[in-house]
Design a protein around this ligand. Structure first.
Ligand code: FAD
Length: 314
C-alpha cells in the first residue's frame, strides 16, 4: 500500500520510521536487526535514506594524497527490497536529484516496480563534495520538484527511453518539509511556497524534518493550510541519546531544542538517555492527542531507545 492509503485508512496516529543504510562493508543484518526490534510495534511503513557517491581523501605513506569517489552507504533499493519482501512492511525509497541523472532515476523506478515497491520520497539532497561530470547524453534534475515531475511522467507512462513507454508505473510520492525552514530559504513563507509547488506537482504527503518544539510543527501545519496545502504532514521525531547530539543535531539539521530539555540533560549527564526517552514520550503524547497522521521516527540505526518510546503508544 502507499503511504497516503495507510493514512487515509487509519482512524488514529500510525507508527513509521526511517533507517540509514549501514556503512559500506557491513551486511544486511545491520538493517534487519533494527527492523526486528521495531516490528512488534507494527510500523505502517519504513523509509530507507539515499546517499550519493562522495569524494574521500587518503594520505599515502609518501605524503601524497589520493582521491577516491565511492558510495559510503550503498544499497537503498536493495535494502527496501529485502525489508518489504521479508517482513511484509511497505518501504519508502528515498530518491535524490543530486548525484543522479534522470536516466538513473528512471532505471531506479523500473527496479523499484520490479521489486513491488510503490513509495518514494523525492528529495534534492545536500550537495556533492566534488564536481561530478555528467555524460552529455544524460540529463539531471535540480530541485526536488523536478524529480516529482519526472516521477509523475513515469506514472503517466512518459519515459525518457521511448522503448519503455508502454508501462506506466504506480508510485505514491512524499516530499520533505521544514517546520523551522530549510536552511537555504530566505524566509519560511517562501519555503512553504516552494513546498506547495512540490505538492501541486504531484506529491501526496509531506514528511517533516525532525523538530523538538511541537509548537513549531503546529505553526508550520497552520501556515501550510493557509497557503493551500491540503496533504497530510507527517511529523519527524528523533530520540536524543547523548550529550553530543545537542550540538550535532542543530548543526546538521538546523533545528532548535527547548531550553529546559538542554538544561536537564546537561545537569544530569549520566542520565541523558533516560531524559531523552522521557522527552520524546511527552512530545509524542501531545502529537498523538493532536491526531497527527503518523509518528515518524528517525531511527538512524539506534532502535532500542525508539522502541522505549513507541511501546507507550503502539
Ligand atoms: P528542495 O525542495 O529542492 O528545496 C531545497 C531548497 O531550495 C529550499 O530552500 C527551497 O525553499 C528551495 N527551492 C525549492 N524550489 C526552488 C525554486 N524553484 N527556486 C528557488 N529555490 C527553490 N538527504 C539525503 O541526502 N538523503 C536522504 O535520504 C534524505 N532524506 C530526508 C528525509 C526527510 C524527511 C528530510 C526532511 C530531509 C532528508 N534529506 C535527505 C535532506 C534533504 O536532502 C536536504 O534537506 C536538502 O537540502 C533539501 O532537500 P529538499 O528535497 O527539501 O529540496
Amino acid at each position: 500500500m502507499k503511504v497516503i492509503e495507510h493514512i487515509s485508512k487509519s482512524n488514529g496516529t500510525l507508527f513509521s520510521f526511517e533507517i540509514v543504510p549501514p556503512p559500506r562493508g557491513k551486511t544486511i543484518t545491520a538493517v534487519t536487526d533494527v527492523v526486528e526490534t521495531l516490528l512488534p510495534h507494527n510500523p505502517s511503513w519504513i523509509d530507507v535514506t539515499a546517499h550519493p557517491a562522495g569524494a574521500y581523501y587518503n594520505e599515502r605513506p609518501d605524503g601524497t594524497i589520493e582521491r577516491k569517489i565511492y558510495k559510503k552507504r550503498p544499497g537503498t533499493i536493495g535494502i527496501c527490497g529485502v525489508i518489504q519482501n521479508r517482513f511484509r512492511v511497505d518501504t519508502v525509497t528515498h530518491l535524490l536529484t543530486q548525484g543522479f541523472t534522470k536516466e538513473e532515476t528512471e532505471d531506479a523506478m523500473i527496479e523499484l516496480n520490479f521489486l513491488g515497491i510503490h513509495n518514494v520520497l523525492a528529495l534534492r539532497g545536500d550537495g556533492l563534495n566534488y564536481n561530478k561530470q555528467y555524460d552529455k547524453s544524460r540529463s539531471v534534475n535540480h530541485y526536488a520538484i523536478d524529480l516529482v515531475k519526472q516521477i509523475n511522467d513515469v506514472k503517466n507512462g512518459r519515459f525518457l527511453d521511448e522503448l519503455s513507454q508502454s508501462l506506466p508505473l504506480d508510485f505514491g510520492v512524499g516530499v520533505a518539509g521544514y517546520p523551522e525552514k530549510h536552511f537555504e530559504a530566505p524566509s519560511l513563507k517562501l519555503d512553504i511556497q516552494h513546498l506547495k509547488d512540490k505538492v501541486d506537482a504531484g506529491a501526496d504527503y509531506i514528511a517533516t524534518q525532525m523538530f523538538f518544539k511541537n509548537e513549531k510543527y503546529f505553526q508550520f501545519v497552520e501556515l501550510c493550510r493557509q497557503a493551500g496545502i491540503q496533504v497530510p504532514i507527517v511529523p519527524g521525531i528523533k530520540v536524543i541519546k547523548n550529550l553530543k547530539q545537542f550540538n550535532s543535531v542543530p548543526s546538521n539539521f538546523y533545528v532548535d531544542f527547548p531550553d529546559e530539555f538542554v538544561e536537564e540533560a546537561h545537569a544530569n549527564p549520566k542520565h541523558v538517555e533516560e531524559i531523552g526517552i522521557n522527552f520524546a514520550i511527552k512530545q509524542c503524547e501531545e502529537l498523538v492527542n493532536a491526531k497527527v497522521p503518523s509518528l515518524h521516527f528517525y531511527v538512524m540505526n539506534d532502535a532500542k531507545s525508539v522502541a522505549q518510546v513507541v511501546k507507550k503508544f503502539f
